[in-house]
Structures are given as C-alpha cells and as structure tokens.
Ligand binder design. Structure first.
Ligand SMILES: [Fe+2]
Length: 140
C-alpha cells in the first residue's frame, strides 16, 4: 500500500468509531453519524467514506432503514477498506487480539438475537471474513 494509503488507514483506524461519541449522536447509527461529523470538519472524502463503510456498515444500515442515507457515501472496495475491516475484526473491545471467529462471536454475545447489530453482523459475517482472508493473503 502506498504511503498515502497507509496514513489514510491509520487515520481511519483511529476515527472509525467516532460516531459513538454521545455529542455526535444523530441517527444513532455510528458509521453514519461519524462520517457526517467528519465531513463537517472538512475531513478528506476517502476518510469520511471509509468511516461510513467500516466493517460492513451497509448490513446494519439495511437493518436500520438507513440505506439511502449511507449511500450518499460511496464505498471503496480496496486494500485500505479490507485492512480497516481486518483491524476491527481481529481486535476486541479492550484492544485485545482476537481471531476473526472469536471477534464475531464476541459481538454476537453482546447484542440480543433479533437486534439490529446481531442481525447485521450475522449477515455481514461472510463479507467480513472474505476481507480478513484477503488481508491475510496480502500479508503472506
Ligand atoms: Fe464501529
């Protein structure tokens, strides 16, 4: 990945969950709230779009009826988005290292079956797993 993409990835990794901040809460869907906030702050478009689409956000947008709102931000299917997914999906809530299946199971345990997040992560699992596999392949 280019030096520019590495910087972008690191910025996205730091900022991807900024939409959880209570003062930024609008729709309650953190990828969208975070992206909208970053846009108001003049963040680069690719950074805004990576935050909007981190970790299979489209699956949760479907659950929440926010597909049109999320679609304002085009998803780049790229090694950068894959690496952002990889970082999120192999790290636990306290920063611990998790393998992919452990991480997905940990998320599913935290949310009620039938809830938006539980449904979304269940549906997103193959998509997220493919991104993780692509990164493992690139890492050799
Ligand atoms: Fe997130």
């Amino acid at each position: 990945m280019s030096a520019e993409d590495r910087d972008l990835l690191i910025a996205a990794a730091w900022l991807h969950d900024i939409g959880y901040a209570p003062e930024l809460r609008d729709t309650g869907f953190h990828p969208l709230d975070g992206a909208r906030y970053l846009e108001t702050q003049g963040a680069p478009s690719r950074l805004v779009r990576l935050v909007a689409h981190h970790s299979g956000a489209v699956y949760e947008a479907e659950q929440r009826g926010l597909i049109d709102e999320l679609a304002v931000y085009e998803r780049e299917d790229s090694p950068v988005l894959d690496a952002l997914i990889y970082a999120d999906m192999t790290t636990g809530p306290a920063g611990q290292s998790f393998d992919f299946d452990h991480r997905i199971d940990e998320i599913l345990k935290r949310y009620e079956p039938g809830s938006e997040v539980h449904n979304a992560i269940s549906k997103a699992r193959p998509y997220l797993g493919e991104a993780v596999q692509r990164v493992r392949g690139r890492l050799g």
